[in-house]
Design a protein. Structure first.
Length: 168
């Protein structure tokens, strides 16, 4: 009975697969959106200002950063919690795959959120002729909250896991 229960609990990890497939579909949506944004840039290229072009580039960078997060979470999560990805040729596997534990992924996600937040803050700063001071202060506070959270997460991770990671 115990063996059956353990096998059932262990097999439940496969219920995560649909979630990773949803992330892959979301990545497809971000890819389509980035192509649409690029087409929009080229359609209006002669009419837009340099500042608007920079804002459009920042929007595309945001999409790329989020896409990178999706790939990192999906691949490392699948390999960590479901099954090793060993059926593909070594040259097709990202070099980081299999080297990140869930704590490291959390740090990468936190750092990416800080970068995305900074880009969003910059877009809001550059994108308005008349700055709304209250809005900018709120966005700055949110950004600083992300920065502080990422630093605390990194500090806690270092305290809790640095010795364990050093042994590998």
């Amino acid at each position: 009975m115990e063996r059956l229960l353990e096998r059932l609990v262990l097999s439940s990890r496969w219920l995560l697969v649909p979630l990773y497939l949803v992330l892959a579909l979301l990545l497809l949506a971000f890819s389509v959106k980035s192509v649409v944004e690029l087409l929009h840039i080229f359609q209006t290229l002669l009419d837009i200002s340099e500042a608007d072009l920079v804002l459009a580039a920042l929007s595309l960078i945001d999409l790329v950063l989020i896409g990178n997060l999706i790939v990192m979470v999906a691949l490392s999560g699948y390999e960590t919690f479901i099954s090793r990805i060993d059926k593909v040729p070594e040259m097709e596997k990202p070099g980081w795959l299999g080297k990140y534990d869930p704590g490291t992924i959390k740090l990468k996600v936190a750092a990416s959120l800080v970068a995305i937040s900074a880009i969003h803050l910059l877009k809001n700063y550059l994108g308005h002729d008349a700055l709304d001071v209250t809005r900018m202060l709120t966005l700055t506070a949110v950004h600083l909250a992300f920065v502080v959270s990422a630093l605390i997460l990194a500090f806690v991770d270092k305290i809790a896991f640095s010795e364990h990671r050093g042994s590998h």
